[in-house]
Design a protein around this ligand. Structure first.
Ligand SMILES: Cc1cc2nc3c(=O)[nH]c(=O)nc-3n(C[C@H](O)[C@H](O)[C@H](O)COP(=O)(O)O)c2cc1C
Length: 170
């Protein structure tokens, strides 16, 4: 069923509980493909992804930081990387790509959740993930994204109203 993009944006929620099956390969490819259409500084497209299906590796990723535990039960973790030699804005670039990945996964009936690896001021968590997955040093590790068929249905989001969002109109 084709759904309007505004409806996709409004109904997306972070999903942290998943069914056991790994999502269909076609769906995984669609999510990655969607991510690649993100805007990036000078169109540098500095992102790369590691698809982690290995249960032991996923278990290790679920120990990246205190709020990574939900990954334990994810059938797939997509680790989003940014090559810091390709862009001065690797963090923003890669974050845009992850956002599109989250939206596309939702539009395909999958559930996903961002798990922060990048933390300003320290590369400790990034080092941990680099070591677990044997990732070269030029890649900054932005996030682990848990992905699977959803096993929970969170309530719709409460967001600020238009008048609260606009600081001023000049
Ligand atoms: C930069 C960023 C880092 C996040 N890190 C985590 C995380 O480490 N663990 C987690 O469970 N959720 C994480 N989330 C998901 C947020 O908790 C979630 O987006 C927020 O609670 C709003 O809920 P929603 O995604 O359903 O709208 C992160 C989201 C963002 C954008």
């Amino acid at each position: 069923m084709q759904r309007d993009i505004f409806e996709i944006i409004k109904t997306r929620r972070s999903i942290r509980r998943y069914k056991k099956e790994i999502p269909d390969e076609v769906l995984i490819r669609r999510c990655i493909e969607a991510a690649c259409y993100a805007p990036s500084s000078k169109d540098s497209q500095p992102w790369s992804f590691v698809l982690v299906k290995d249960k032991e590796k996923i278990k290790e990723l679920s120990k990246t930081q205190p709020y990574s535990k939900f990954l334990e039960n994810a059938p797939l973790v997509i680790v989003a990387l940014a090559d810091e030699n390709k862009s001065n804005h690797w963090l923003e670039d890669c974050s845009c790509a992850i956002m599109l990945l989250l939206l596309e996964s939702h539009s395909l009936g999958l559930g996903a959740c961002w798990n922060a690896v990048y933390l300003p001021g320290t590369q400790e968590r990034e080092e941990y993930v680099r070591k677990v997955l044997n990732i070269p040093k030029n890649y900054r590790v932005i996030a682990n994204v848990g992905l699977g068929y959803p096993e929970e249905k969170p309530l719709p989001k409460n967001v600020k109203g238009f008048h609260e969002l606009i600081l001023k109109v000049i």
